[in-house]
Design a protein around this ligand. Structure first.
Ligand SMILES: Cc1cc2nc3c(=O)[nH]c(=O)nc-3n(C[C@H](O)[C@H](O)[C@H](O)COP(=O)(O)OP(=O)(O)OC[C@H]3O[C@@H](n4cnc5c(N)ncnc54)[C@H](O)[C@@H]3O)c2cc1C
Length: 402
């Protein structure tokens, strides 16, 4: 049986998230934009810290961690309902602070042993903890991050040298590492062998931000996502206890490959953006008069609005489908449904932001209205957590026959 009706708990979660997004995220984003216009601020974290703490109070970041380890024990379908609401207010806050912090602890669930789960998950859940995943590297590990190419020379170069009961890490991560510089803990991918294929030689390390030798760079400026904080990470002789290696040595790629939750969570935030653009344009079209009638009465405008509604609903269904599949079997969801949901939701967000911009006419391209910011925020979805092309190429090996 298929039933898209939300349970009472899910409706409450949705309402709570919507109220939080309106009361906390949207005003904070507006304050940052004003400060940027005046040239008094570029750094978003001072505008985000308080709302992150309030979101933590509401249990958002520990939503997916089992109750036994201090989490809420909810499912991915609950997470996407929540993240859509946050994405409607600001996709960068929703993606970087909530989707990431909600899903990255699952690395410990998927790869960690019981002792690590008992030690690290309550640590993350018991106080507001900003997490970061330092995976990609400039020039050598973007799209090829998890390449199946057997040539050991391919891919990431950050190296973890075993030294007694610890490892010593050296390397450099790309300028896009989310939350790098504001994080309390990092998940760092490093090679533990240089003569085996990448797939068999990556390990994951859980490293406190205070570890000597961990050096975040300055914040990377992007065309959008102004509420997000991304930076490169220099790793210089960083000593990490072997007990902080999550999973077996060389199993890092397998652990990461079985975690589609980040992609699905991101997809949900873009559904939120696509919906926000639709709702805003609909309201505007009912109020703005041209030729003596509200512009929604011009068929060219009305058709755009109908397309916007179709696009965001189709994307939402794909995200819900991927989330439900993920709750049943994450590995199976990772092959087709997760990348499909992100592709469709980013496409919907870009198309809806662009249509909203057109419906607002000249006002659509001014800073007074949100449409150009939405368009810039939406485009970024093509590049984060693998490009649109790489996602679809990854799907090709698993395409079902019907
Ligand atoms: C907002 C944002 C957040 C991010 N967050 C993080 C993070 O938290 N942690 C982290 O480690 N990284 C992060 N990244 C980095 C991101 O994962 C990489 O930028 C992304 O995977 C693309 O890599 P690249 O920039 O090196 O592109 P490239 O790999 O250089 O790709 C360039 C172009 O070539 C195409 N291409 C490359 N290889 C192939 C191929 N084999 N076949 C066909 N086409 C190909 C790509 O599709 C793309 O169009 C983030 C990036 C962004 C924009």
């Amino acid at each position: 049986m298929i039933d898209f009706a939300l349970t009472e708990e899910q409706q409450l979660l949705q309402r709570t998230a919507r109220e939080f997004a309106c009361a906390e995220i949207a005003p904070a984003a507006a304050r940052l934009m004003k400060a940027r216009e005046k040239g008094t601020a570029q750094e978003p974290w001072p505008f985000c810290a308080d709302l992150f703490h309030k979101g933590w109070d509401l249990g958002f970041t520990r939503l997916l961690v089992p109750e036994a380890f201090g989490g809420v024990g909810a499912r991915m379908i609950d997470a996407v309902i929540l993240l859509e609401e946050l994405g409607a207010a600001d996709v960068a806050v929703a993606a970087d602070l909530f989707a990431l912090n909600m899903t990255v602890p699952l690395i410990i669930m998927a790869g960690g042993n019981l002792a690590q789960q008992k030690e690290f998950l309550p640590l993350i859940c018991s106080r507001p903890t900003v997490l970061s995943g330092a995976l990609s590297e400039p020039n050598v590990a973007g799209s090829e991050l998890f390449t199946q190419d057997p040539n050991p020379k391919m891919g990431i170069k950050t190296f973890a040298r075993r030294d007694g009961e610890s490892y010593v890490l050296n390397g450099q991560k790309s300028a896009f590492v989310t939350n790098c510089g504001i994080a309390d803990q990092y998940f760092i991918l490093a090679r533990t062998s240089l003569d085996r294929p990448l797939w068999e030689s990556i390990s994951v390390f859980f490293v406190p931000a205070t570890a000597p030798g961990l050096q975040p760079g300055t914040r990377t400026r992007m065309a959008g996502w102004h509420m997000g904080h991304h930076a490169e990470l220099i790793i210089d002789e960083v000593r990490v206890a072997a007990a902080r290696r999550i999973g077996e040595e060389g199993h890092g790629a397998k652990i990461m490959g079985a975690l589609p939750q980040m992609g699905i969570g991101l997809a949900a935030t873009f559904v939120g953006l696509a919906r926000a653009a639709y709702e805003y344009a609909l309201d505007y079209a009912k109020k703005r008069m041209s030729m003596g009638v509200p512009i929604i009465q011009h068929q060219a405008v009305a058709l755009k609005l109908a397309d916007m509604y179709c696009d965001y609903h189709a994307a939402r269904l794909a995200v819900w489908d991927a989330a439900i599949a993920c709750d049943a079997d994450p590995m199976a969801a990772a092959t087709v449904k997760a990348p499909m949901s992100k592709t469709l939701s980013v496409d919907a967000a870009i198309r809806n932001a662009e249509r909203a911009l057109q419906i607002l006419g000249a006002y659509g391209v001014t800073d007074e209205f949100p449409t150009s910011r939405w368009l810039n925020d939406a485009w970024i979805g093509y590049s984060c957590d693998f490009t649109r092309d790489m996602l679809r190429l990854g799907m090709t090996a698993f395409l079902p026959s019907n």
